[in-house]
Design a binder for this molecule. Structure first.
Ligand SMILES: Cc1cc2nc3c(=O)[nH]c(=O)nc-3n(C[C@H](O)[C@H](O)[C@H](O)COP(=O)(O)OP(=O)(O)OC[C@H]3O[C@@H](n4cnc5c(N)ncnc54)[C@H](O)[C@@H]3O)c2cc1C
Length: 409
């Protein structure tokens, strides 16, 4: 039976990068993927456009992962955003920078990134078994010497767990790596959603499902204490609220929800003072007095939003603008700057873009990504207790840790 230098469990970006890198170094590598093809989640990234990384400098990168940032230093120094872009270019994938430093393939296609990784595996003579799920690590005297699958046992001098988290399980990431790591003595930090949408107490959101609110300031409070703030785009859904600005503060909100509901205050017009808004609305009302108040509001809000918004203000949308009382006008203006939503729960972890939690970082050597519990066992990617915000940070973490692990064995 073949005794591989490295068995990689999981063909996501982290596993493919690790396998390709070890193969490039002349190691005999076996990649085991339980799905019928590797990289299923990669293909979903940024709705198929794949935000591969970010142009942020190293120190900014390290900050976005919180505690995981320090752990990632060696991985990011070994294979940073520039090296990733050079790697992709060497396989014909040019990249472009979009807003907030987000890097995408120029052709906007995630499959071109997957093809680059597959070519890297091919060049490194990596053996790939698809439809092969690792169900158990085979341990001997505290060392992993192989893995068990439904197709039989494979032996390896080193083993890498790169099975991802528990989000989007249809892509193959179902948390198997946690069970495998625990069997080798590792502590698993409980998995929890990190980039996730929320359900609200208010049901009016349903009428606005699919409607984005752009350039809004969103502040989250719990028991009158500010817990998070973000400027950007939010999106109403049939159950509550999502969108980039919400996803970016979702990790903090998830952490607080176990202590009770979180209040969201939305400022639809953060760049305009209350007095100025009042002046503009008054002008509209005077100019279009015979029209409905709803039509006056379309200067400020999309029509669909204006209708629901007036409902929140207890003002009849069909009321003539000229009949709006001073009190009603003040109420409308106040709500431009402050609409409240009560977040009661997060959506299920299966819908989370990223799984926080995972293999405890204290038990992994950050310089090599080798286990401190079991010699010859390595980790890469989302299986580790590392998560970053949107913007390409999670894929970069997967690529960097994969590359470092593949360089270390
Ligand atoms: C909808 C969506 C959009 C996203 N967009 C972006 C983006 O644009 N930019 C960004 O940076 N991040 C994005 N992410 C996050 C990013 O996709 C992940 O962080 C990244 O894929 C993690 O890579 P990984 O290799 O660690 O794990 P995964 O990609 O989850 O891969 C794990 C692999 O292991 C396999 N596996 C699992 N268990 C076993 C087993 N027992 N035996 C064999 N194989 C197994 C799985 O089938 C899977 O192929 C997005 C995530 C989602 C869900």
């Amino acid at each position: 039976m073949n005794n591989y230098d490295l068995i990689v469990i999981g063909g996501g970006p982290a596993g493919m990068m690790a396998a390709g890198r070890a193969g490039e170094r002349g190691k005999q590598v076996l990649l085991l993927e339980k799905m019928d093809s590797p990289g299923k989640k990669l293909l979903l990234c940024a709705r198929g456009r794949c935000n591969v990384t970010n142009t942020a400098p190293l120190h900014a990168f390290m900050q976005v992962y919180g505690r995981g940032g320090g752990f990632l230093r060696t991985a990011l120094e070994t294979f940073d955003n520039e090296r990733l872009r050079t790697f992709l270019l060497s396989y014909g994938v040019e990249t472009v920078v979009e807003n907030k430093g987000r890097v995408f393939p120029q052709n906007q296609r995630a499959d071109s990134v997957l093809h680059a990784l597959e070519a890297y595996l091919h060049d490194g003579h990596v053996t790939i078994h698809k439809n092969t799920r690792v169900s158990r690590l085979i341990l001997e005297a505290g060392r992993v010497i192989g893995v068990e699958t439904q197709k039989g046992i494979f032996l390896g001098k080193n083993t890498l767990i790169a099975t991802g988290g528990v989000s989007y399980p249809s892509t193959g990431s179902t948390g198997d790596g946690y069970t495998l790591a625990a069997s080798a003595g590792h502590t698993i930090q409980p998995p929890r959603p990190a980039i996730i949408a929320f359900e609200t107490e208010e049901t009016w959101v349903k009428a606005l499902q699919g409607t984005p609110i752009k350039n809004a300031t969103i502040i989250a409070y719990q028991r009158n204490k500010k817990i998070a703030e973000h400027f950007g785009e939010a999106l109403f859904t049939h159950y509550g609220i999502s969108g980039p600005a919400i996803l970016d503060i979702s990790k903090t909100i998830v952490g607080c929800l176990s202590n009770g509901p979180v209040q969201l205050h939305i400022d639809f017009k953060p760049n305009q003072a209350l007095e100025k808004l009042d002046e503009t609305l008054l002008h509209q009302i005077r100019k279009f007095g015979s029209k409905t108040i709803k039509s006056c509001l379309t200067l400020f809000l999309p029509e669909k939003v204006a209708h629901v918004f007036l409902g929140i203000c207890n003002v009849d949308p069909q009321k003539k603008a000229s009949q709006i009382t001073l009190q009603e006008r003040k109420k409308i203006v106040k709500h431009f700057k402050d609409v409240h939503l009560t977040l009661v729960r997060h959506r299920p972890i299966e819908e989370s873009i990223i799984t926080a939690g995972g293999v405890c970082l204290d038990e992994v050597d950050a310089k090599t990504l080798e286990s401190k519990r079991s010699k010859g066992l390595y980790f890469a990617g989302e299986t580790l207790d590392i998560d970053g915000p949107t913007g390409g940070f999670n894929l970069q973490a997967a690529f960097s840790t994969g590359y470092l692990a593949g360089s270390s064995i």
